[in-house]
Design a binder for this molecule. Structure first.
Ligand code: COA
Ligand code: AMP
Length: 629
């Protein structure tokens, strides 16, 4: 089939389309109507019953694929490689779920997972799914304060963690961060289960903390607990425009259907193929395409602990592909840029057999045409940019490798996929002509797999996503669609920036900078970076009468962000300025600040309070060496 015929099938009958896709999932109870017509957003398969873990593991293990490899853990940090067949992974998960059940975790309860890229993290997620409990995974690069916010919001009964994560330049001790977070949070979990890694041992607090091995000692395997298709599978917090992250809710049924469908149609992956999403389980890409989708599809998933460069060299990705026979790789453009920078002729790849690789998928940030074209030339496989968000759970726009690729246009994230009615609107809600930039929205209802709401924040959900344009979900991205329906996603319309494929809120960074005793006012913008796409830049106005060395204040602010948000913010640049450019109503002109810092042309803001400030900012950026002449 072609993209056009698949899209046509969906347009002709969206509910029939998804009902057919739902045949790829095993249900213990059927739905009444395919989509709840009473819900404008999209609640799929109401009344149906299933278990996501059963679909990811047991059904393969019980039907002839018990010995097929489900998961390959490859650590470039320790050199370890561990393989788990479907039967083995199911048994490990059932045992862990049994221990969690004995500890009182049941359907609808939350478990927070703060763990590095080790197989036990995947087991923990699947064990929650097995019990109908809701997991909330927190990325290891966040600091204690961010972790505390998530603990306070998700209110987990159990926290699963490890003694440490491994970064190229250091061992990251998780336990002190967790203890600090628990001290800050306004909720206390009943139990902390900790995996001791050989690289660092953590101290356990008697009565609350238990060693992972002891926890499993007398565990009896737990059966899969059937849940409603509309019950939450997980909550994943992502950056919004304020310091309060948004708890994206994912349901069980729609998620399983959409992800299972996407593996074949979008990624061209069949049972037994090897799929590698080089991301982290703390991000949505890791949830969807390291853990759930490859297993739902009966494929083999790679869990890689390492970096694209430096672990030990720029050949790390090619080594993994060659060693494990990877058929499709999914990563962020930043990772490819990092490899290209160190190995522009891709000499490292000559050392490995990449013959199994059929395609490279890129997402997480805008992919510049250079990166796309370079990787296509050197790898000799299709390179497919596709666009999605934590909220959407899977790709909104892309290409369909499994149905026959259509022509790739560098700079475009492809065309709207079945399920998504993508429109580009002007500020009045009218569609703009092809080629003109506007806000990218999706007409409701959203397809299976997309967020139904925010965790315990229905009003915030409606206000954030549904209130800008009638009957539409606001993506927060802006761009244009060409006459052939190719979508170009260019920038965010809100205060979110994208650093190395990681999403950050400038508002959250500003809240932390404002905590510095010498800072009167501040603004953070994202500026262009050749490797990471964007990096944050802070503008600091100091309180009057502060006579301290500006460089010292800047260093203290950098340390403050690392302490409160975490190293993942990659906050390394800040500048002391006398004043910030504002509108007459007092709103800081962040967009203009970013453009001045990038040295690109900008429209002179008609509402600016004092135009002279723009020249002052430009001179400060030049003399600080942040902007080149
Ligand atoms: N736990 C603790 N710290 C972490 C972490 C984790 N899981 N992940 C990253 N960090 C730290 C890093 O150690 C680094 O700390 P440092 O300031 O002490 O050096 C900081 O966070 C920034 O990390 P990172 O963004 O990874 O930058 P880098 O300079 O170390 O590496 C790349 C650059 C390009 C190799 C890296 O950004 C990368 O692999 N990007 C791909 C991103 C990706 O896959 N995103 C998923 C979306 S699909
Ligand atoms: P996250 O929720 O962290 O996955 O970040 C989602 C955001 O990353 C999107 O809203 C976009 O701004 C950006 N993004 C992701 N994929 C792409 C892409 N292929 N092209 C352009 N921007 C992208």
């Amino acid at each position: 089939m072609s993209y056009d015929s698949v899209r046509q099938q969906w347009l002709a009958g969206p509910e029939e389309f998804w009902a057919k896709a739902a045949e790829g999932i095993d249900w213990t109870g059927r739905w009444g109507e395919v989509r709840d017509r009473g819900s404008p957003v999209g609640r799929w398969f109401p009344g149906a019953e299933l278990n996501t873990c059963y679909n990811a593991l047991d059904r393969h293990a019980d039907s002839g694929a018990a010995d097929r490899t489900a998961l390959i853990y490859d650590s470039a940090m320790t050199g370890a490689v561990r393989r788990f067949t479907y039967a083995e992974l199911r048994d490990h998960v059932a045992e862990l779920a049994g221990a969690m059940q004995a500890a009182g975790l049941g359907r609808g309860d939350r478990a927070l997972i703060y763990m590095p890229m080790v197989p036990e993290s995947v087991m923990a997620m699947l064990a929650c799914a097995r019990l109908g409990a809701i997991h909330s995974v927190v990325f290891g690069g966040f600091a204690a304060r961010e972790l505390a916010t998530r603990i306070s919001q998700a209110r987990p009964k159990i926290v699963l963690t490890a003694s440490c994560g491994l970064e190229p330049n250091r061992v990251v001790a998780y336990k002190p961060l967790l203890d600090d977070a628990l001290a800050q949070a306004d909720h206390a979990p009943e139990l902390v289960v900790l995996l001791q890694r050989p690289e660092l041992r953590a101290e356990l607090k008697p009565g609350r903390d238990v060693d992972w091995k002891d926890f499993l000692r007398d565990a009896k395997p737990a059966d899969c607990v059937p849940v409603q298709a509309t019950d939450p599978l997980y909550i994943l917090y992502t950056s919004g425009t304020t310091g309060q992250p948004k708890g994206i809710v994912r349901d069980n049924g729609g998620h399983a259907v959409a992800l299972h469908w996407s593996m074949k149609a979008l990624y061209g992956i069949s049972p037994g193929d090897v799929f590698w999403a080089a991301s982290d389980i703390g991000w949505v890409v890791g949830h969807s395409y390291i853990v759930y989708a490859p297993l739902l599809a009966g494929a083999t998933s790679i869990l890689y602990e390492g970096k694209p460069v430096g672990t030990p060299d720029a050949g790390a990705f090619w080594r993994v592909i060659g060693q494990h026979g990877v058929n499709a790789l999914f990563t962020a453009p930043t990772a490819i840029r990092a490899i290209k920078r160190e190995d522009p002729a891709l000499e490292q790849a000559q050392r490995y057999d990449l013959g199994t690789l059929r395609a490279l998928f890129l997402a997480g940030e805008r992919c510049d045409p250079d990166t796309l074209e370079w990787s296509g030339q050197v790898l000799g496989v299709p390179v497919i940019d596709h666009w999605w968000q934590t909220e959407t759970g899977w790709a909104v726009a892309g290409n369909l490798l499994g149905e026959g690729l259509f022509k790739v246009k560098a700079g475009s994230a492809g065309k709207a996929l079945p399920g998504w009615d993508v429109r580009v609107l002007d500020e009045n809600g009218a569609e703009v002509p092809a080629g003109e930039t506007g806000s990218i929205v999706c007409r409701l209802p959203l397809p299976p797999g997309a967020l139904p709401t925010l965790w315990q924040a229905d009003d915030r959900f409606r206000e954030t996503y549904l209130s800008d344009y009638d009957g539409c979900y606001t993506t927060g991205d802006a761009g244009y669609m060409d006459a052939e329906g190719y979508l170009y996603v260019m920038t965010r319309t809100d205060d979110v920036i994208n650093v190395a494929g990681h999403r950050l809120s400038t508002g959250a960074l500003e809240e932390v900078l404002a905590m510095h005793p010498d800072v009167a006012e501040c603004a953070v913008t994202g500026i262009a970076d050749a490797l990471k796409g964007q990096v944050p830049l802070g503008f600091l106005c100091l309180k009057s009468g502060i006579a301290r060395d500006e460089g010292t204040v800047v260093q203290e602010c950098i340390a403050l962000i690392r302490e409160h948000i975490g190293p993942v913010a990659a906050f390394r640049k800040a500048l002391v300025v006398d004043r910030l450019p504002k509108t007459r109503s007092g709103k800081v002109l962040r967009g203009v600040l970013a453009k001045i810092a990038d040295g690109v042309e900008y429209a002179f803001p008609p509402t600016i309070d004092d135009p002279a400030i723009l020249g002052e900012i430009e001179s400060s950026l030049l003399s600080a060496g942040i902007r080149a002449e």
